[in-house]
Structures are given as structure tokens and as C-alpha cells.
Design a protein around this ligand. Structure first.
Ligand code: UD1
Ligand code: UDP
Length: 370
């Protein structure tokens, strides 16, 4: 059975590589990997660490690319790969423009699509933008749906998607189990050089399109307030390569004491730093899944989340994008031990580290049943 996996951004790669490695264990599966190259350096970092074999790279990334150019480049360049490979199934992941365009390209060739990380929803078309629509449309096209949680399965059921839905856990936890190690030594010199002794580390990331501009400025200003008030806090902010993110981060946070703006960390450094942090502040999806697994509280720098499971469990709180609200929520966790302890509990709503195994088995079973 030939499985063509198509992905193109950092988070897709982190979440697809464990599955590709798992499928490699099955003789019945012939794995072919096609990168769209929606990301470049940030994608290559992940591929290098997991060491997976790449058959195609469509190399679509352009500086400040638009949603239209991503979508059309994937559609155009994937066509010949699909025609040449004629896979039995195309696997896509999540909610990026790569995911949607690759699913659409497969649909045009009448090739079944398997959607990994299916069923996440905010039901707000414009938030997150364009991810909510990307994942809904991909769900419409897909034949197989790998839902991380029961809640995700219910979302699909509400849209009348009942067939071939598998609740598997999230493969990000599979990845996390392979990267976090005792006695880990950071590869990044900037991180190695930070003296964390007697300090509390806040790990932050922010990159979402809907946060670009004023919301991201508010976030950065809140971070500035936090380090001014708490002298034992070191903030590490691995800055996304998007110039629209970099410019704002540097404009407000460059040369601020105890704020470390660093280049994107490779996934091993990132996961190990996260596991040793006091607090995570982020608008990323993946971090909302990973941090709860290691008992690190998360403040979500967004107005909504498609990942309500950890919010319900009390380890994640959505705090919006207003400066004062972010500052106050972080201040509570930095001063009130009881409030901190309430949030700092390790939970695993997103899986037990065996999601890839379940997905690979479901794909094989589907092939047998036809
Ligand atoms: C994309 C996804 C988003 C996902 C995020 C993960 C879409 C529309 N957005 O958003 O869902 O959460 O990836 O990070 O699919 N760049 C580089 N090198 C890189 C990567 C990016 O220089 O390795 C720069 C380029 O100038 C590029 C810009 O960042 O044009 C934006 O990248 P893009 O993939 O369009 O958007 P993201 O914000 O990364
Ligand atoms: N990540 C990383 N290095 C970084 C920042 C993030 O390896 O400098 C990892 C992070 O641990 C998570 C994933 O990248 O696994 C999240 O990707 P991103 O924030 O780009 O996208 P999102 O999850 O929001 O789609």
C-alpha cells in the first residue's frame, strides 16, 4: 500500500514524522514523503532531527508569501507528483494552507485523503484565520479522520462525519516522548548561556496571522511589564522567521534585560526547555498540547482555542491579546503559589504517546476492509 504524506510547515512536520517512522515499521506500507516547502529553515530543522527520507520538496516558500500563492503553488506543483506516484492514500495534517491545498489536489485526482489531527474547531471562520476554514474544508474532503480527542470526534459527528473516524490521541505527544531527556544539554549556545539558577523561565512564542500588528505589540508590551516587575524571571522567546513577527518583537523587546529573543529552536531544544520552564505563554497550537503533558501552565495569547480539553482540566487559560490582562494573569501565577499549583499539573488529554501506532493500524485496516 502506497502512502503519500504531504506536509510543509514546522508543526506539521513535528506531528507527522513520528507517524512516518511508525509506518516504516510496517512492511505492507510503502512510505513516500512530499514536502511542500511552505516553510524552509524551520521545516528542515525538524526533518534533520527525525531523519526521515524525503522524496519530493516542492519548495514553494517565498518571502512574505500570501495565502493565495501558498495554495496555488501547492495545487500546481503537487499535481505531477500525484500523477507519477499514484498513491493509495494521501495523508495531510491539521489546518495549514498546505494541508487544505494538498487535500484538494488529491481530491482532484480522486485519491482518498487521510486527515491527521481532524475535528478541531472554534466555529469562528476568521479565528484562527485561515486555519479554521482550512481544517473544515479538509475534513469535508477526507475519507479517513484521525481525531486526537473524543471532543474532536464529536465535532465531526456534529458535521455529519461519522464514517472512518478514529480517536487516536495527538502524534505531538509521540514526538514529545522521544525528545525530552534527563540531563539534556542545549545545542543552542544562546540558551546554554542563560543562567537559569534561582530564576523562573517563561517560554513564549507568538506568530498567528490574526495577532500580527497591534495584538502582537500588546503581547510584547505585557512581557516587558512582566520582566520589569519580576526580577527573577527570564523570558525566552524563539522568534518565528516571519518578518512581520520579527520586526514587532525586536521593536519592543530587543535589548530588554532578561528577555532573550532567539532564532527558532530545534524541536529537541524547544521541548526540553519547555519541560523545564515555569510558565508557557503562546498563541501556538502545538504548545497548548505539549506543555500540559509536562505540567507546565499555559497562558494562551488568543481570544479562543480549538483545544478546550486542557482548559477544562485547568492547566491552560485563554487570556486574550490585551496588554493589561496578559500582565495580570502572568502576575497571579508568579505571585500566588496556590493558583500556580492549581494549574501546574501534568495531564494528557492529547494522548499517551501511541497515536501514530493507532493511525498506522487504522490505515492498514481500512485498506483490508476496502
Ligand atoms: C503557517 C501556517 C499556520 C501555522 C504556522 C506554524 C498557514 C496559512 N499558516 O503560518 O497555520 O500555525 O505556519 O508556524 O498555513 N519564513 C521563513 N522561513 C521559514 C518559515 C517561514 O523565512 O522556515 C517566513 C517567510 O517569509 C514566509 C513567512 O515566514 O513567507 C510566513 O510563513 P507562512 O507559512 O506563510 O505563515 P506562518 O505564519 O508560518
Ligand atoms: N517549536 C520549535 N521551535 C521553536 C518554536 C516552536 O520546535 O522555536 C515547536 C513547538 O514545540 C511545537 C511546534 O513547534 O511542537 C509548534 O509550531 P508553531 O508554533 O510554529 O505552530 P502551531 O502549533 O501554532 O501551528
Amino acid at each position: 500500500m502506497k502512502v503519500l504524506s504531504v506536509f510543509g510547515t514546522r508543526p506539521e512536520a513535528i506531528k507527522m514524522c513520528p507517524l512516518i517512522k511508525e509506518m516504516d515499521k510496517h512492511e505492507e506500507i510503502q512510505n513516500v514523503v512530499c514536502l511542500t516547502g511552505q516553510h524552509k529553515e524551520m521545516l528542515q530543522q525538524v526533518i534533520d532531527i527525525f531523519g526521515i527520507e524525503v522524496a519530493y520538496n516542492l519548495n514553494i516558500m517565498r518571502p512574505q508569501q500570501t495565502l493565495t500563492t501558498i495554495t496555488t503553488s501547492v495545487l500546481e506543483r503537487l499535481e505531477s507528483v500525484l500523477m507519477q506516484e499514484k498513491p493509495d492514500i494521501v495523508l495531510v495534517h491539521g489546518d495549514t494552507s498546505t494541508s487544505f491545498a494538498a487535500a484538494l489536489a488529491a481530491f482532484y485526482q480522486q485519491i482518498p485523503v487521510g486527515h491527521v489531527e481532524a475535528g478541531l474547531r472554534t466555529y469562528d471562520k476568521y479565528s484562527p484565520f485561515p486555519e479554521e476554514m482550512n481544517r473544515s474544508l479538509t475534513g469535508k474532503i477526507a475519507e479517513l479522520h484521525f481525531a486526537p480527542t473524543e471532543n474532536n470526534r464529536k465535532n465531526l459527528a456534529n458535521e455529519n462525519i461519522h464514517k472512518n473516524v478514529f480517536v487516536t490521541g495527538n502524534t505531538v505527544i509521540d514526538a514529545f516522548h522521544t525528545t525530552v531527556k534527563d540531563g539534556y544539554v542545549y545545542k543552542d549556545k544562546g540558551i546554554r548561556d542563560i543562567d537559569f539558577s534561582g530564576k523562573r523561565c517563561i517560554l513564549m512564542t507568538a506568530h498567528r496571522r490574526e495577532n500580527l500588528g497591534e495584538p502582537l505589540r500588546n503581547i510584547c508590551r505585557a512581557v516587558r511589564q512582566i520582566v520589569e516587575k519580576f526580577s527573577d524571571v527570564e523570558v525566552v522567546y524563539p522568534v518565528h522567521m516571519n518578518p512581520a513577527v520579527r520586526n514587532t518583537a525586536e521593536e519592543i523587546l530587543k535589548n530588554i534585560d532578561r528577555v532573550h529573543l532567539v532564532d527558532p529552536l530545534d524541536v529537541e531544544d524547544m521541548h526540553n526547555l519547555m519541560a523545564r520552564s515555569f510558565l508557557v505563554m503562546t498563541d501556538s497550537g502545538g504548545l497548548q498540547e505539549e506543555a500540559p503533558a509536562c505540567g507546565v501552565p499555559v497562558l494562551v495569547l488568543r481570544t479562543e482555542t480549538e483545544r478546550p480539553e486542557a482548559v477544562a482540566a485547568g492547566t491552560v487559560k485563554v487570556v486574550g491579546v490585551e496588554e493589561q490582562n496578559i500582565f495580570e494573569n502572568a502576575s497571579v501565577l508568579l505571585t500566588d503559589v496556590a493558583e500556580y499549583e492549581k494549574m501546574a499539573k501534568a495531564i494528557n488529554p492529547y494522548g499517551d504517546g501511541h497515536a501514530s501506532k493507532r493511525i498506522a493500524e487504522a490505515i492498514l485496516e481500512w485498506k483490508v476492509v476496502g
